[in-house]
Design a binder for this molecule. Structure first.
Ligand SMILES: Cc1ncc(COP(=O)(O)O)c(C=O)c1O
Length: 471
């Protein structure tokens, strides 16, 4: 391991690590009492997405758009070139993506799903299949709205919360080969590859798997597009777990991984450390031309794509900060700190601990609550009632309904996610969270499930409303 990316503790062979920054500005948190939380939860229909942020103490709903920007990024906002066309910040962003992700062409988008929309519409012909390493909510919906049929080709281990496979995000090449044999390569629009799989618990894909996937796809002329949203976290797992990468920096690993793909879409609200933004980058010139046509309809001119110049500057700076080894190590280190406290108390969580969140295994937590009574949603509600901590459901509610049958999809994983924003909370906050999870765990046998009383048509987890089954 070369010294330039060792943490201070590791340079001296010590185990300690710490954040590579100090705090310059603080934002007060609100403390609430149990009656207040009970009222707020009822008003929110037992859906943590419908709570007001001011009623939340520690907000672990998502790591999306919730990062703390650095002083450099805030300074970058002041350098916004708000010209309608050809903003200098666009060129900074383009250069950062070319340098660190290695793709040739790029269009900015207002956030990740804007990029998912453009890619899905440009690449999918109705009736074609899209093979992916587990679905993601907005990604699959855009693929389906474009007429695609999503097929999960992730390895089986990803569906087993306690399976310790080091790369549970890997694509099962056998499953992909069977799909190719069954439907024909021409009926596969592309491979939708996520770098760290959110729905599987933030689990990584190995470099070897990406390389083998590329070789298989090359035999059939199938394109691979990467959801790069949390790809720097994936790079850390490769550095730690894969032979031949211990001495490579996060930036080197990121670029090699991307080189096995034909392009990537990005929710810059995660890895890129900004509060809003996204991008779509590709290598194929004719696809890029199509994207240039589409971006002006759906997002904005191709040199701003729904973003202000200042936002693009903050992303460009965020990309450079995001690939620093010290940063990624501290970010994932904090997630592991929380996970380890819970494991010490034998609380069921997805293992190995992932990159951005702790995923509580609600199926084991509430073994007595049937999946149709929403155990993970119940757990999210209980955590809020206990201590004002906001988490989110990733289970039957998020999985939605099968477009063919209209029935609930029953995912094998029924999880409640405690998602850690980047550079926001301290280790002491993590202690508070762990103690609250323990208190809810100890009271688990007294809990009842929920019934859904309002269900929106799309992405129901955002706005659905529930009522407790028994008081
Ligand atoms: C893996 C993954 N892909 C795509 C998206 C969509 O990005 P956005 O929320 O910026 O639209 C998200 C956001 O939650 C995500 O976690």
């Amino acid at each position: 391991m070369t010294d330039h990316f060792r943490t201070m503790g590791q340079q001296f062979g010590r185990r300690s690590w710490a954040e590579p920054w100090k705090i310059k500005m603080v934002e007060p948190l609100t403390m609430t009492d149990p009656d207040h939380r009970q009222k707020a939860m009822a008003e929110a229909g037992y859906n943590t997405f419908l709570l007001r942020s001011e009623d939340v103490y520690i907000d672990l709903l998502t790591d999306s758009g919730t990062s703390a920007m650095s002083d450099r990024q805030w300074a970058g906002l002041m350098l916004g070139d708000e010209a309608y066309a050809g903003s200098r910040n666009f060129y900074h962003l383009e250069e950062a993506i070319q340098t660190y992700y290695g793709y040739k062409y790029m269009v900015p988008t207002h956030q990740g799903r804007g990029a998912e929309h453009l890619l899905s519409q440009a690449m999918i012909k109705p009736g074609q299949h899209v093979a992916g390493n587990m679905y993601f909510t907005t990604t699959r919906l855009h693929q389906e709205l474009a007429g695609g049929i999503f097929v999960d080709v992730i390895i089986d281990e990803a569906h087993e919360p306690q399976n310790m496979h080091p790369f549970k995000g890997n694509v099962d090449l056998g499953k992909l080969q069977s799909l190719i044999d069954r439907v024909g390569a021409e009926n596969i629009a592309y491979i939708s590859l996520a770098g760290t799989v959110n729905m599987a618990g933030g689990q990584p894909v190995s470099m070897a798997n990406a390389r083998d996937l590329r070789a298989l796809c090359d035999r059939y002329g199938i394109r691979i597009y990467l959801d790069a949203t949390r790809m720097v976290e994936n790079a850390l797992f490769i550095q730690e777990r894969e032979q031949g990468y211990t001495d490579k920096s996060i930036a080197q690993i990121l670029k090699e991984f991307c080189s096995y793909t034909d392009g990537a879409w990005m929710s810059a609200k995660k890895d890129n450390l900004v509060n809003i933004g996204g991008w779509l980058a590709v290598n194929l010139a004719d696809l890029f031309e199509e994207l240039l046509n589409m971006v002006v309809i759906f997002e904005g001119l191709h040199t701003y794509g729904g973003l202000a110049g200042r936002d693009m500057e903050a992303i460009a700076i965020g990309i450079v900060e995001a690939v620093q080894d010290d940063h990624v190590r501290a970010r994932v280190g904090q997630v592991r700190y929380l996970g380890q406290l819970l494991l010490d108390w034998e609380i069921p969580i997805v293992q190995p601990i992932g990159g951005h969140a702790i995923f509580l295994d609600a199926r084991h937590f509430y073994a007595h609550i049937p999946q149709a009574q929403f155990p993970a949603q119940t757990l999210a509600a209980e955590l809020y009632l206990d201590s004002g901590i906001r988490s989110m459901e990733l289970g039957i509610v998020s999985a939605g309904r099968d477009p063919e049958t209209g029935d609930h999809r029953y995912p094998s994983l029924e999880l409640t996610r405690l998602t850690i924003p980047r550079r926001v909370y301290t280790q002491a906050h993590m202690d508070v969270v762990a103690e609250s999870v323990k208190a809810v765990f100890d009271a688990r046998e007294r809990m009842h499930g929920l019934k859904m009383v309002y269900e929106p048509k799309y992405l129901r987890f955002f706005q659905a409303r529930f009522e407790p089954l028994h008081e």
